[in-house]
Design a protein around this ligand. Structure first.
Ligand code: TYC
Length: 110
């Protein structure tokens, strides 16, 4: 661009055509665990189905997670950004509500 000639044959530093690499500041988003809680009434098969459909687990993986929750009281379905985690929880609750199961799901910041 325009050379600002303060003196003949000189550049003003600030206007010189120098490509300055500036990297936009990026921050990794906070991640959130989606937790499944045990209860005495939701059928095991329903929980396995939820884990397959909403969390992309295989039958084996979903069964393992379901039994973990059944035995320990709580277990992890996955880790997501806040908005995705919130959506997953809402989807789990909606699936459970439709079938009138008391299944509960929660978000925990990592
Ligand atoms: N405890 C339930 C039963 O015995 C099964 C179950 C597992 C429920 C995991 C909820 O998140 C859960 N039918």
């Amino acid at each position: 661009m325009a050379k600002k000639n303060n003196k003949p044959g000189r550049f003003d530093d600030q206007d010189a055509d120098v490509a300055v690499k500036s990297r936009a500041k990026t921050k990794k988003p906070s991640m959130y665990k989606v937790l499944m809680l045990n209860d005495d009434y939701t059928p095991m098969e329903f929980v396995v189905n939820v884990l397959e459909r909403l969390f992309g687990m295989s039958v084996d993986e979903a069964t393992r997670v379901m039994f973990h929750v059944h035995q320990k009281g709580v277990g992890m379905c996955g880790v997501f950004t806040y908005e995705v985690a919130e959506t997953k929880v809402n989807q789990v609750m909606e699936m459970a509500r439709r079938e009138q199961h008391p299944l509960q799901c929660a978000i925990e910041k990592e």
